[in-house]
Design a protein around this ligand. Structure first.
Ligand code: NDP
Length: 372
C-alpha cells in the first residue's frame, strides 16, 4: 500500500535530486534541433551527481545515522505503490501543462484526449529552466535504480553477515551500466526517448513506476537468495557484462561521433561509410543529416540492442535458474527492443525515404544478422 512514510522518502529523494541538478557544477549541453525548430538546453552534471548521491547514501546511512541503508528495500512495496500513484497524478499534471502552458513548439493535441494523455502533449516539457525529462528519467529514475541496488546489497549484508559474490557481481554490473549512462548523458539527449517520445503517461509512468519495480528485480530477489559462484563463473559473467556495456556504449558513440564531426572521423579504424539523408520538418524546412553504415551500424540496423540484452542476462545470471522471477526483465526487454527496432525502422523510412531504403539494402537485418 502507498504510505505517508513512502511519500516522505520519495519527496526527499525528488528534492535532493532537483537540488543536485541545479547546484552541482555543470556545463550546458544543447540538444539536437527539435522537429518544431527549437533548441533545448540541458545541465550536464550526471557524473558528479552520481558520485555525490552514492557518497551521500553511505554518509547518511553509515556515518551520520540519518537513515538505515536498508531503507529502500525495507519499504520497497509501499515505495513502489506510492511511485505508481505519483506517476498517475504527475501524468495528469503533464497533460494539463501541455494543454495550458507548453514549453516549446513541439506540443499540441492529436485530437484524441485519451491518446494525448497516454502519449503526452509535449516533447520537451520544462519548468523554471529545468528539463522535466532529464530530471525525471535521468535523475529520479536512473539514479533511483542505483540507490535501490545499494539498499539491496546492504540488506543482504545485514541479514547474512556478508555480501555473496553473486549479489556483488550483479549490483556492480548494473552500477557500471548506470555510471556509463551518466558519463554519456549528453548522448542520451539524441535518443528516441528524448527526440521522439513525448512525455506523457507512457514514458512518465514507465520510468517512475515500472522501472524501479522491474529493472532491479534480480537484485531484490537475490537479497533472500544468497549464492556464491565459483570464481571462474564469476569472472566469466563479469567479463561478459563488461564487454556488453562497452559494445553498447561504443555503438551509441559511433553514431553520435559521425554526426557531430560531419563524417570526418574514423570508425573501427577506417573512414566511415555514410549516406546523406534529407528530411522535411513539420513546419516544412528541409534538413540534412547522415546515416552511418560502418562499425556496429553495418552489422545490423539496431545491433546495439543485442549487447543491451546480453548485459541484462549477465547481471541476472548470478541469480541462477531455479526461479523464473529474476528473469522477468529479459522477455520484457527483448519485446521492448524488438518492437522499438521495428517502430524506429518505420519512422526512419517515413522520415528519410530513399536514403533509408539504401541503408536497408546495404544492411538488411534489423537487430540480429540472419535472424531478424
Ligand atoms: P538509438 O539511439 O539507436 O536511436 C535511434 C535513432 O538513431 C533513429 O531514430 C535515428 O534517429 C538514428 N539512426 C538510426 N540509424 C542510424 C544510422 N545508421 N546512423 C545514424 N543515425 C541513425 O535508439 P534508442 O533510443 O532506442 O537507444 C539508445 C540507447 O538506449 C541504446 O544504447 C539502447 O540500447 C538503450 N535502450 C535501453 C532501454 C532499456 O530499457 N534498457 C530501452 C531502449 C533503449 P534520427 O531521427 O536522429 O535520424
Amino acid at each position: 500500500m502507498a504510505s505517508a512514510k513512502a511519500a516522505a522518502i520519495l519527496a526527499t529523494w525528488a528534492a535532493t535530486q532537483t537540488l543536485l541538478l541545479i547546484l552541482l557544477p555543470h556545463s550546458r549541453h544543447i540538444g539536437p534541433q527539435t522537429p518544431g525548430g527549437d533548441t533545448v538546453s540541458y545541465r550536464l552534471n550526471g557524473v558528479p551527481t552520481f558520485i555525490v548521491t552514492i557518497a551521500g547514501f553511505y554518509l547518511g546511512a553509515y556515518w551520520l545515522d540519518w537513515f538505515s541503508p536498508t531503507i529502500v528495500y525495507d519499504h520497497l512495496g509501499e515505495l513502489l505503490m506510492t511511485c505508481n500513484l505519483a506517476a498517475i497524478a504527475g501524468s495528469v499534471l503533464l497533460y494539463l501543462k501541455g494543454l495550458w502552458a507548453p514549453s516549446t513548439r513541439d506540443s499540441g493535441t492529436s485530437g484524441w484526449r485519451v491518446w494525448d494523455f497516454y502519449w503526452g502533449m509535449e516533447l520537451h516539457p520544462r519548468l523554471l529552466g529545468i528539463d522535466l525529462k532529464q530530471l525525471v528519467i535521468c535523475r529520479f529514475a536512473m539514479m533511483g535504480w542505483a540507490v535501490i541496488l545499494l539498499s539491496c546489497a546492504a540488506k543482504q549484508i545485514r541479514d547474512y553477515g556478508e555480501l555473496s559474490n553473486s549479489m556483488a557481481i550483479s549490483v556492480s554490473l548494473q552500477l557500471i551500466y548506470i555510471f556509463k549512462f551518466f558519463w554519456w548523458e549528453g548522448g542520451y539527449f539524441n535518443t528516441l526517448d528524448i527526440t521522439h517520445y513525448r512525455f506523457g503517461y507512457r514514458n512518465f509512468w514507465g520510468v517512475l513506476a515500472w522501472l524501479p519495480a522491474v529493472y532491479p528485480l534480480a537484485s531484490v530477489f537475490m537479497v533472500k537468495h544468497p549464492n556464491d559462484l565459483l570464481l571462474a563463473a564469476a569472472i566469466a559473467i563479469m567479463a561478459l557484462g563488461l564487454a556488453a556495456i562497452w559494445a553498447n556504449y561504443d555503438a551509441d558513440a559511433q553514431r553520435q561521433r559521425v554526426r557531430a564531426s560531419a563524417g570526418d572521423t574514423t570508425v573501427w579504424g577506417r573512414k566511415p561509410v555514410i549516406i546523406g539523408a534529407t528530411y522535411t520538418t513539420p513546419d516544412g524546412r528541409q534538413q540534412e543529416t547522415l546515416l552511418l553504415m560502418s562499425g556496429w551500424w553495418s552489422v545490423a540496423r539496431h545491433f546495439h540492442y543485442v549487447p543491451e540484452l546480453v548485459l541484462a542476462v549477465s547481471w541476472i545470471l548470478p541469480a541462477g535458474f531455479e526461479y523464473a522471477l529474476p528473469w522477468f526483465y529479459i522477455p520484457y526487454l527483448a519485446l521492448l527492443l524488438m518492437h522499438r527496432a521495428a517502430y524506429d525502422d518505420h519512422r526512419c523510412l517515413e522520415k528519410y525515404g530513399q536514403a533509408w531504403r539504401a541503408y536497408c539494402s546495404r544492411v538488411p537485418y534489423r537487430v540480429v544478422p540472419y535472424v531478424y
